[in-house]
Design a protein around this ligand. Sequence first.
Ligand SMILES: CC(C)(COP(=O)(O)OP(=O)(O)OC[C@H]1O[C@@H](n2cnc3c(N)ncnc32)[C@H](O)[C@@H]1OP(=O)(O)O)[C@@H](O)C(=O)NCCC(=O)NCCS
Length: 227
Amino acid sequence: MTTETPETTANSSLPAQPAATPQPLGLEPRIDPSARVTKSTLGPYTSVGPRTTIGETIFGDYSYVVNDCSIMYAAVGKFCSIAAQSRINPGNHPMWRAALHHFTYRSTSYGFSVGDDHEFFDWRREHQVVLGNDVWIGHGAVVLPGVKIGTGAAIGAGAVVSKDVPPFAIVGGVPAKRIRFRFEEHIQQGLLDLAWWDWPRAQLELALPDMRKLSAEDFVAKYKGAS
Ligand SMILES: CC(C)(COP(=O)(O)OP(=O)(O)OC[C@H]1O[C@@H](n2cnc3c(N)ncnc32)[C@H](O)[C@@H]1OP(=O)(O)O)[C@@H](O)C(=O)NCCC(=O)NCCS
């Protein structure tokens, strides 16, 4: 669905209530009332946590982002997990201009008559961030404009990702460097061939017990040719 939510604020003066048992996710994205989602498309079983903002983003089925994150001009695959206080595509400022400040492009907000600088925002749009499927973004990570992160990659807590990350790599640090790959090459290829993230829900349900108990290598061996 394409969605736009009004900005709302949680009322912290209410007495504390016992936490309600969360309802299962469903076909409609679950967006916390304090989150703000604009000009974006969210798939089924997605969820967006408190105070997170998402703009001009495609957010694939089952992906979730928890609290206090920002995602802008991004294409997020299916089954991605985005931890708190992460930032996906913080916009660069115009370093080639005499002034770095907002007023040169968000000019209307400052009462200037020339209008906003749409070409500047198009430039930001061109630097889309792309996450593959089943990407895990650790707490407080920052993924810089234009970066592409491959399927199955894990981004360590606090990383600043300035370069593309290959599928199934684990990266960390500032700037993020490869720590290792999660799997040997033949397992990586096996998972890409299986593409379980594209399976229909009924197939996922059947495979779920094996996903829990088998190693990735054994899972690939058992389900090879199932896609
Ligand atoms: C990166 C991570 C996934 C661990 O990966 P791993 O391959 O098991 O890494 P290890 O713990 O074996 O550490 C390997 C090396 O990477 C370093 N490292 C681990 N995590 C790191 C991080 N976030 N940033 C920088 N370096 C990191 C370790 O210090 C170690 O360095 P050394 O080889 O010089 O000793 C984990 O440390 C992490 O950051 N998890 C994120 C947790 C999180 O944010 N959860 C949010 C809720 S979903």
